[in-house]
Write a protein that binds this ligand. Structure first.
Ligand SMILES: [Zn+2]
Length: 267
């Protein structure tokens, strides 16, 4: 019997991912210097996809990210901070996330104290298990049902950056808001809800996507990010500011009894 096309696609994606890992290992093992980087090979200015380059310790924010609909000139700061600030925080936090802890400020490998290792291991354990809990979903393709279950280990680095990135952008905005408390920002015309609710909605909107079933399965199997809409929901479930802004009771869908603590910014 011929292998269904989505199986072939999935196999191809897995192969490409493993080839990519091999190349990046070889690249990292070389003594290539940062100034030799041919940036036009690694950055597409028209692509709204920001990322962190581990081997360069560099955050890449393409021009598309600094244009509409991510960056508007005439919107309150909480919209910009939600859409763009959270992304920049996410990328910066990659440098101190899963692997960044093991490098000192000079980029050299160093070991952590037993205590720090222990604390980190607890925080990671929570995100590894709780972010992907109950995310199993049945997806129908050509009349067949497939079970998609995102992998907590594969998505750990991205989930940690999402978790801390949201907390960092939120705190940054509230510090700014406090400094400018005598001239509060306006609400958006026609949008019901408080400034805090609108901040969270603006962030959620950047992850809005219509995902075809095959793309969803592929993303759940091989992507280091959680698929949409699970990614934004997981982020919000473990963010106390969301439950407070929308009045979600403990134990409800969007406010689990146990929320993971961010690594850098205990709330
Ligand atoms: Zn990321």
């Amino acid at each position: 019997m011929q292998e269904p096309s989505h199986h072939r696609l999935l196999r191809l994606m897995k192969t490409l991912t493993s080839i990519g890992d091999t190349f990046s290992d070889q690249y990292l093992a070389s003594d290539f210097q940062a100034e030799d980087t041919i940036w036009s090979y690694v950055v597409q200015p028209y692509s709204p996809n920001a990322y962190y380059l581990t081997d360069r310790n560099a955050v890449v924010i393409p021009l598309a990210f600094l244009s509409e609909p991510y960056l508007f000139d005439d919107v309150p700061r909480y919209i910009t901070m939600a859409a763009l600030g959270t992304t920049i925080a996410h990328e910066l936090l990659h440098s101190v996330g899963v692997t960044g802890f093991y490098f000192n400020s000079a980029g050299e490998l160093h070991s952590l104290s037993e205590d720090t290792e222990h604390q980190l291991s607890d925080l990671r354990h929570c995100v590894r298990h709780q972010f992907t809990r109950n995310l199993s979903r049945e997806v129908e393709i050509s009349g067949l049902l497939f079970s998609a279950q995102p992998n907590g280990e594969l998505t750990l680095d991205e989930n940690l950056s999402d978790h801390d990135g949201l907390a960092l952008a939120w705190r940054t905005y509230h510090r700014w808001q406090h400094r400018h408390r005598h001239s509060p920002e306006p609400r958006l015309p026609g949008v019901q809800g408080s400034v805090r609710q609108t901040f969270l909605l603006a962030l959620a909107q950047t992850y809005c996507a219509k995902v075809a079933p095959v793309s969803y399965i592929t993303s759940a199997e091989v992507d280091t990010h959680l698929p949409n809409p699970e990614r934004i929901n997981a982020m919000m479930r473990h963010f106390p500011g969301f439950a407070a802004a929308f009045g979600c009771p403990v134990g409800s869908q969007m406010r689990p009894e146990h929320q993971c603590s961010p690594i850098w910014l205990p709330l």
